[in-house]
Ligand binder design. Sequence first.
Ligand code: FES
Length: 106
Amino acid sequence: MSQITFIAHDGAQTSVAIEAGKSLMQLAVENGVAGIDGDCGGECACGTCHVIVSAEWSDVAGTAQANEQQMLEMTPERAATSRLACCIQVTDAMDGMTVHLPEFQM
Ligand code: FES
């Protein structure tokens, strides 16, 4: 089974099955990943889906567009590979990808 793994700040891991075409936020919420709230429903307007993509997967996850960058600028614990999970469209190429959750989103 193709999977993406979410790693909480305390090291707890949750792996979810890839469903290409959904957003990474949708996958997290539908699978009960703690720390991904998705309060705005995926409109890139709340910042509650912040993830830090593992460096080796950042090219696959893609880069943030201007509106996403603006939201990330207001996000605590921003890192070089920070993304909003609602702005990442899941693809089959993400099999094995890991993303980290900021401490703020425990
Ligand atoms: S769900 Fe609100 S910014 Fe991603």
